[in-house]
Design a binder for this molecule. Sequence first.
Ligand code: NAD
Length: 304
Amino acid sequence: MTVSFKDKVVVVTGAGGGLGKHYCLEFAKRGAKVVVNDLGGSLSGQGGDSRAADVVVEEIKSAGGEAVADYNNVLEGDKIIDTAVKAFGTVHVVVNNAGILRDAQFKKMSEQDFQLVTDVHTNGAFKVTKAAWPYFRKQHYGRIINTASPAGLYGNFGQANYSAAKLGLIGFAETLAKEGDRYNIKANTIAPLARSRMTESILPPPILEQLGPEKVAPMVLYLASEANTDLNGEIFEVAAGFYAQIRWERSGGVLFKPDESFTPESVAKRIEEIMDFDDSSKPELLKNQYPKMLNDYKSLNEAA
Ligand code: NAD
């Protein structure tokens, strides 16, 4: 099986450097028409420079590939999709990759730090995806790859804004997966770790050496391709050549009997049982989550 992007139009946001740049080069090598979006700002989201995207486009073209640059902020996602449509007629793949950092201990985190980070990551992904969605539906083909982070999955000191934004991207993809499936639209999320300006000041050189972006790109390209016929709404951790899936796990749970008192004290008494994962399940669909003990389980399920 060969993964090809011949006749596919791919938009990668924040692709002037780091992971996004590498994705673009790989997509182009495999025949994609690539929109290299980047406003060329600082790590904290200030300023702008069209050179970031231009350099990547030049590299693709000099290797014989097809690409156009786009310098819009992801918050103007409709303009980015317009660039794709004007240059190549449509869009088949959106990689929501643009991102900034404004790390601060929560005690010191300003409202602006929180707002800007959630704007770029979460609202930006919304704007780009929203503009691409009608094309995906009409052509019965669309692939969305959202970029979360281990910080979103597990939390990370100093990154309350970033963690909130990144976990939001997972819920966003999980719902798009359900709404898009009948149109052959697949939305998945990766939580990468890679060498880039985001990590080069915090990780030691021997670790950075192992974190090449070329070790993340294969998963993104696979999820974005026609070869991905069934993965939808999934989450993958990708770093240093390690590829793994993340999913939700629910403990076996406790059913308080109707005659038991529903009090904080009774929760305290059974908290270990509530948190016992010996008999856990791996929920995927909301409608399967209504606890079976609900009296009206059947009609709830039918309504969903
Ligand atoms: P990076 O800083 O090299 O890339 C991010 C790019 O996004 C930059 O080129 C920047 O100019 C661009 N950008 C920022 N705001 C933008 C906006 N509003 N509109 C358009 N472009 C914008 O960092 P990277 O490590 O390559 O990050 C890529 C993605 O991966 C980000 O979403 C990041 O949060 C995520 N991520 C990275 C790591 C890692 O270890 N590097 C870990 C987890 C998640």
